[in-house]
Every structure is written in C-alpha cells, then in structure tokens.
Design a protein around this ligand. Structure first.
Ligand code: COA
Length: 324
C-alpha cells in the first residue's frame, strides 16, 4: 500500500530570544554561539504555553494552508521529549482539541529522531492497510527543561512544532528507511525526573536536559555521515542525485563537518538551527516548511530526512516532496 505526505504546517512561540540574552548573565558571547553552533535566535513558549498548545497550532496552520479536513484523521502520532505530562498523551489531547471524532493516539519518545520515526510508523500503518490518514507532529518545548545556568547547553535549545499528514495514495513518495540505536550512550544526553540509572550510571534527576557536548558531537558527525551513505545505498541511489537533505538541526558546524566530509554543497542542506536553535523533534519540519516558503524545495524533489539524538538513536527516510 503506497503513502505520501500531503501537507505541512508549523508553529513557533512568539517570544524571540537572541544570543545577546545569554551575554546579559553568562560568560558567553554572540560570536562564540554563532561560531560554534550557527545559532542566531530561538523562540520560547510562554509560562502557560505547552507542547500540546504548539501541536494544536501547527495542525491548525496545516489545515488552513492546505485546506485539509482533519476530521477523518484515523491516527495521531506526536513525537516529543517534552510532553505536557506523561499521561494522558499529548496526542490524545490533540484528538480532543481538534475535535477529531475517532483516532488512535500515541506519543513516541525518540528525542531528535522522533519526527522521522513518526513518519516511518505512519508509513507502516498505511502499508499494513489498517489506517489511511495519519497526523504526525514533532514538537518540543525544550526551554521548559533547560538548565539556564549551564552555558554549554542553555544556548542551544528552542521551542517549536511541525505537523504533517501522511496519507494512503496511488503514488508512493515514501521510500526506504534506516534506523539504529546505541543505548550505551544514554547517559551522555538525558532528561531525568527520578533517581533511576541510565546506561548503568547514576544521573542528575532534576528534570533538566544534560549532555556531554563533545561526545554527542563526535557521535552525531559519525552517525549522520554513515547514515546518509547507508540511506543512499538502501535506496539504490547516489548522494549526488538527492536534491535536498534535511538532517536534524542540532548545530550548523556539525552539519558543515558532515557535508564537507561527503562533498555535498551546503546549499543542499536545509536547516532550522540558525533561526530556531535546536528544537529536537520539531527541527526537521521547521526546516522543511521554511524551504518550501523560500521557494527552494519544489514538487517531486528527492529529499533525505535524518533525525539523530538522545538514546543515542537515529532514523532516516528518503522521500519525494509532495508539499508546495
Ligand atoms: N560560551 C562560551 N564558552 C563556552 C560555552 C559558551 N556558551 N560553552 C562552552 N564553552 C567553553 C567550554 O567551557 C570550553 O572551555 P575550556 O576549553 O576552557 O574548557 C570551550 O568552550 C570549548 O568547549 P567544547 O565543549 O569543546 O566546545 P565545542 O566546540 O564542542 O562546542 C557544543 C560545545 C555544546 C556547542 C558542541 O559540543 C555541540 O554542539 N555538541 C553537540 C550538541 C548537540 O547537538 N546536542 C543535541 C544533539 S541532538
């Protein structure tokens, strides 16, 4: 059974945070942040604004822009590491707030690989013949779990959401995928709220994001470099035949290292990190939507999406763009 992505919508909160905000209270600088990460600004949710609020707005924006009826959506997948609460799921709240009469709902937790895992799961449900129209949302409110006195992490993260509809179609535009995990690295990027150990290591359980930046950086460069090549091989294609790449927007310098290694020009790399910071599960749809708006991404362009992050885990898929 074939599937395609028929529409996309995004949302980011109103409050814009420039790098100068961190200069005001930390030993850091706009220049350091730009040179090491590429980030110029990010957006933060208001104190009473949560992941579910961003998801609702992203889905409503999708519906408005693409004139999409959401009432016959039969499954909702929300990828997030920052749900409003562990239970009920964000997806179940989206079902209620969008008045979708009867949809299965699930939140998935695979950090910055969440959005691509959502597409892979939606593709599988459609291929199984059990569902026809699936709302997949990647959303994170990382400002709610940021340790604002840790200068190595607080400058990186931002909030946002991106929604797509994956539908049964005669024309298949979702091709082969890659997935993988090395859970030994769990302790190097985590968000813990109770005293359990991660990868056999005691961690700080204060509901704030912690990372070993250098370890993450090294793993991410290696994983993305190998992942793009593996994805090309699995799809029997070459990287030079791909029109655009949308890797998870963790850090622009990291993306440059990968693209230089693979001899891919940076104008083929669509990112959201410079304008939104690292928004985890939202980073890929934010970059995708903006590339459509900027007139870069065209109908039928071949695009590789690859998410990678906390776990450590990664997921990738080759698609043909069907959203303009
Ligand atoms: N401002 C100024 N200096 C800073 C700083 C900041 N915001 N953050 C760290 N530094 C300092 C460090 O303390 C260190 O100083 P030292 O040499 O005196 O010890 C120096 O800068 C270099 O630190 P290092 O960790 O080597 O920097 P880096 O070039 O690796 O950049 C990150 C740090 C966090 C930007 C980088 O490691 C990174 O992006 N890692 C991946 C993070 C990521 O993508 N996470 C999410 C994955 S999904």
């Amino acid at each position: 059974m074939s599937a395609t992505i028929t529409s996309i919508g995004i949302y980011h909160p109103e409050k814009e945070i420039r790098n100068s905000y961190f200069e005001s209270y930390l030993d850091t600088s706009d220049q350091w942040i730009k040179e090491r990460t590429g980030i110029e600004r990010r957006f933060y949710t208001a104190p009473n604004e949560y992941t579910s609020d961003m998801c609702v707005k992203a889905a409503q924006n999708l519906s408005k822009e693409y004139n999409k009826d959401l009432h016959d959506v039969d499954y909702i997948i929300v990828a997030t590491s920052t749900p409003d609460q562990p239970m009920p799921s964000v997806a179940s709240q989206i079902q209620s707030r969008l008045n979708i009469p009867n949809a299965g709902t699930i939140d998935i937790s695979s950090a910055c690989a969440g959005f691509v895992n959502g597409i892979i799961l939606a593709k599988g449900l459609i291929a199984a013949g059990t569902h026809k129209k699936i709302l997949v949302i990647g959303a994170d409110a990382l400002s709610k779990v940021t340790d604002f006195i840790d200068r190595t992490t607080c400058i990186l993260f931002g909030d946002g959401a991106g929604a797509i509809i994956v539908e049964k179609s005669d024309n298949n535009t979702l091709f082969n995928t890659i997935t993988g995990t090395n859970g030994d690295y769990g302790k190097d990027l985590y968000l813990a709220y109770q005293d359990a150990s991660i990868s056999n290591t005691k961690v700080i359980a204060n509901n704030k994001l912690h990372q070993n930046g250098r370890v993450v950086y090294k793993w991410a460069v290696q994983t993305l470099t190998n992942g793009l090549q593996e994805l090309a091989m699995k799809n029997n294609t070459k990287l030079e035949d791909i029109d655009y790449f949308i890797p998870h927007s963790a850090n622009y310098r990291l993306l440059e290292a990968v693209f230089n290694e693979l001899n891919i020009p940076m104008n083929k790399c669509l990112d959201s990190v410079r304008m939104f910071g690292n928004t985890s599960a939202a980073s890929i749809p934010l970059a995708w939507y903006n590339a459509i708006k900027e007139g870069k991404l065209k109908l039928n362009d071949k695009v590789m999406l690859v998410g990678f992050g906390g776990g450590f885990t990664y997921a990738g898929i080759l698609i043909e763009n069907n959203c303009v």
